[in-house]
Design a protein around this ligand. Structure first.
Ligand SMILES: [Zn+2]
Ligand SMILES: [Zn+2]
Length: 405
């Protein structure tokens, strides 16, 4: 069977976002068609206690609210930080950890006490002073339970394992002997499988997409997601699918939308009267020809730098999508996708579809929309379904790409 999963999120404990009720998350999961959702922040004692109190195990290793079909999977993000030989700065890389039960979370909380790591924020730091120490920590976590899964998050963002800040040439430098235990990577909002498929160390790994959201809103949950093939709904089956690349499909942001897709400088920088974007022929010293300051290497270029053109990549089935609520807002020419008018138009459309995911897969989409949406909204939804949209200019130097249908 096909299972739609979104396994990286953050809770109200992440700070600055206020409380996020799982009941609201579950409502949005129904509309989006996400069946299994990562809880976020499950290592923080206040959060793990809360989850233990409100959730019950309804399938092996998966948890639900009372009288609710939707499943939650125990998940956290952590920041691994270490000192690698030959690098001046610390290497910092965000990772997601999935847990099969509350007892393995308790064991990990004890490990953090033993390591004297603070566990007071939703996304804790795990710090080490050498590659060897990091590797030992990772093995200790993995030994808690053979079904714990650790994978690098948003791999080519500045906070990702292969980000331009870390500037690693191989992920082996970071993981050492733990490398064979890395079987999954999260492409993140800034990259899609196409951009990563020729990176030698990624070519045999499973690529998944998650929302990494901090909100229960319709344009956040499932803004990226993964559909996997499983025999039955259970934690162990999900892990088996992830470890064996049983990926049916991933929904991706168009990476051009990302704020660091190209290398360049914005027009509002000191010394600039206009922006400069490099699509090719990036200066090798990354010095901006206008203001002479150093530019950050764009994600697109970073991926090319890491890729080996000789690699024949695995086939990966993915599609660029925009959250439906945002497409409806664009069709109505309304800026705020969570405004009442947009929500009302969205609700009207959704009466005809089981979920947003099934809407995107519907072969008679145009016909079904004709009775429930305005022409401009229909046109834009169909353009997204056909992947007929782009971002021009694409994102650079902190500016988002500008959407063009
Ligand atoms: Zn992160
Ligand atoms: Zn400049």
């Amino acid at each position: 069977m096909k299972l739609a999963i979104d396994l990286h999120s953050h809770s109200g404990y992440a700070g600055g976002v206020g409380q996020i009720e799982l009941a609201d998350v579950s409502k949005t999961m129904n509309l989006k068609g996400i069946q299994v959702f990562g809880t976020g922040d499950c290592l923080l004692p206040a959060r793990s206690n809360e989850l233990k109190n409100i959730l019950t195990e309804t399938a092996e290793g998966l948890f639900s609210l009372p009288n609710d079909e939707n499943k939650f999977l125990l998940q956290t993000e952590v920041i691994l930080s270490t000192k690698l030989n030959g690098y001046k700065n610390k290497t910092v890389a965000h990772h997601v950890i999935l847990f099969p039960d509350f007892s393995s979370i308790e064991k990990m909380q004890k490990l953090m006490q033993k390591w004297k790591m603070k566990n007071t924020i939703g996304r804790p730091f795990i710090v080490s002073n050498s590659q060897k120490e990091l590797q030992d920590q990772l093995f200790e976590i993995a030994e808690i339970d053979k079904n714990i899964e650790i994978f690098p998050a948003h791999v080519v963002t500045p906070e990702g394992i292969f980000g331009s800040k870390n500037n690693l040439s191989e992920i082996k430098e970071f993981y050492g002997d733990f490398l064979p235990n890395i079987r999954v990577i999260e492409t993140g909002l800034s990259a899609d499988p196409k951009m990563l498929e020729k990176i030698p160390e990624f070519q045999n790994l499973t690529m998944i997409s998650n929302s990494d959201c901090h909100s229960a809103a319709l344009n956040r949950i499932g803004r990226e997601f993964t559909i996997i093939d499983v025999e039955d709904v259970s934690y162990q089956n999900i892990i088996h699918a992830l470890r064996n690349n049983k990926i049916d499909f991933t929904a991706e942001f168009n990476p051009q939308e990302g704020r660091f897709f190209h290398t360049g400088h914005r027009a509002d920088r000191v010394g600039h009267e206009e922006a400069i974007i490099f699509i090719n022929d990036i200066p090798s010293d990354l010095k901006c020809p206008i203001c002479k300051k150093k530019m950050n290497l764009g994600v697109n270029e970073r991926c090319k730098q890491l890729s080996d053109e000789k690699i024949v990549p695995l086939q990966r089935n993915f599609k660029h999508l925009i959250p439906l609520i945002e497409v409806v807002a664009a069709g109505l020419n309304i800026k705020n996708p969570n405004s009442k008018t947009v929500l009302a138009a969205f609700d009207k459309i959704m009466q005809n579809f089981q979920s947003e995911i099934s809407l995107w897969q519907d072969e008679n989409l145009e016909k079904k929309l004709s009775l429930v949406a305005k022409d401009d909204v229909i046109k834009k939804i169909i353009s997204v379904q056909k992947d007929e949209f782009s971002f021009d200019p694409a994102g650079f130097d902190g500016n988002y790409g500008v959407l063009k249908f």
